[in-house]
Design a protein around this ligand. Sequence first.
Ligand SMILES: [Zn+2]
Length: 93
Amino acid sequence: MVGHAGAVSTQELLAEIDAAVAFLVGQPGLLDVVLAEHVADAGGMCAACPGPQSGRRRWPCTVRLIAARAVRVRAAAHDRADRPTSAEPENAS
Ligand SMILES: [Zn+2]
């Protein structure tokens, strides 16, 4: 596992997270599955993330954090859609 370590910059990582968030927002069904599966087990570890070999199974895991962010983004978008802007006339042609 030498060679790849440190190759990913923080910026690249953030871009990947943004992409993952956008993807989940566009897949509400998948987002719900992720939220349902990536929960803490009795030991406070993620129940869905793969084994402890990488030592990164602590909960909330990265996937869960991304999903939580997607929920916020989705809620914000939903909130906007819920509030009809009366100033905008309907497209009746
Ligand atoms: Zn997880």
